[in-house]
Design a protein around this ligand. Structure first.
Ligand SMILES: Nc1ncnc2c1ncn2[C@@H]1O[C@H](COP(=O)(O)OP(=O)(O)O)[C@@H](O)[C@H]1O
Ligand SMILES: [Mg+2]
Length: 317
């Protein structure tokens, strides 16, 4: 893998709009066949990053290479190698499924001789064979999304950008969509996908977390959890329970406190608290802490902690 040209090399990529920096010196490298989850709250700069990578927006500073090609200097040469499903993906509702595919085959300049076979292949892969003659506007959400993905994959791009493709789709349809993503990835396609669903992020080879225009972390879900959360998710048996949760929420160095069954679940900043210190601080306020147990953490816990540190400017990079 070491001598292979990376699919994506993002180097100090930055975009400012007037005085506002939407993407702030973002850097990461992606190898062929990886499925990258690009996460972060609304407005954190995910779409702006993708638009720069697709050559639709010029970076203010920094650059990126896709398959070794520079996104600024070689944007035209890159186009055949990338597929892009935008947040508001555009399908023509009044056309049939087949007509939409034919339209995009034209846009991507698929040779006439292979167009028919390729469209057939996409219809089959996307599970839309029986819907070819259906008017697109009447498709259910999940089928629409699979059609949009199929359109973006018509020209067999080795790199695929998907911007919130599954938002607002039911869980079954989301599963089917992900099966399709894994199928393309197993055939060697590199995928960068933005999502708000943590279960989806858990299935990515690596996950980037954007927060206020900065990339705060970029690693596999397993490494993210062990790096940021080893020992940082605790369950407390405490009384009075509700009051303890409420008090914890306002404490310094506590990223989040919530009720988990009969326990108080806290994400703590391990740099700030040990169980002993926390027990003592709480008992000084007349809360009775019977036990503190470290528990298994989720990616959501990691992001809660990172966002908390980002807010408190504790992330020094
Ligand atoms: N063309 C633009 N002009 C000015 N501000 C923009 C423009 N595009 C995006 N922004 C701002 O940049 C920030 C990041 O936007 P975006 O990349 O769409 O975030 P995300 O996709 O993470 O929700 C937002 O505050 C947004 O309002
Ligand atoms: Mg967006």
């Amino acid at each position: 893998m070491a001598d292979e040209t990376p699919s994506l090399e993002v180097m100090g990529l930055t975009k400012t709009f007037g005085h506002f920096t939407a993407v702030d010196h973002v850097s990461f490298t992606v190898q062929p066949g990886e499925v990258i989850g690009y996460l972060g709250p609304n407005g954190s700069g995910k779409t702006t990053t993708i638009r720069m990578l697709c050559g639709l927006l010029t970076p203010t500073e920094g650059t990126a290479r896709i398959l070794g090609l520079d996104v600024i200097k070689q944007s035209e040469a890159i186009k055949p190698h990338i597929g892009y499903m935008s947040q508001k993906f555009s399908l023509y509702d009044e056309l049939t499924v087949l007509e939409n595919l034919q339209f995009y085959a034209g846009i991507y300049e698929i040779p006439r001789a292979t167009e028919k076979a390729r469209i057939q292949e996409i219809l089959q892969t996307a599970g839309l064979e029986s819907r070819a003659k259906v008017i697109t506007g009447s498709l259910a959400g999940g089928s629409r999304q699979r059609l949009a993905l199929g359109c973006a994959m018509l020209h067999r791009p080795p790199v695929l950008f998907l911007d919130e493709p599954t938002s607002g789709v039911d869980p079954v349809a989301r599963r089917e969509f992900w099966d399709l993503i894994y199928q393309f990835a197993s055939e060697g396609t590199t995928v960068l996908i933005t999502t708000h669903y943590m279960d989806e992020a858990e299935h990515c080879s690596r996950v980037g977390f954007m927060y206020r225009s900065k990339l705060l972390a970029f690693d596999s879900p397993r490494v993210l959890k062990s790096t940021y959360l080893s020992g940082a998710a605790w369950d407390l048996a405490a009384s009075p329970l509700l009051e303890t949760v409420e008090y914890l929420s306002g404490m310094e160095g506590i990223a989040q406190a919530s009720l988990h069954g009969d326990r108080a679940h806290v994400i703590i900043d391990p740099k700030r608290w040990t169980p002993k210190q926390l027990t003592q601080a709480l008992s000084e306020k007349n809360f009775d802490i019977q036990s503190i147990e470290t528990v298994e953490s989720s990616l959501e816990d990691v992001f809660t902690l990172l966002a908390h540190r980002g807010k408190a400017s504790l992330v020094d990079r």
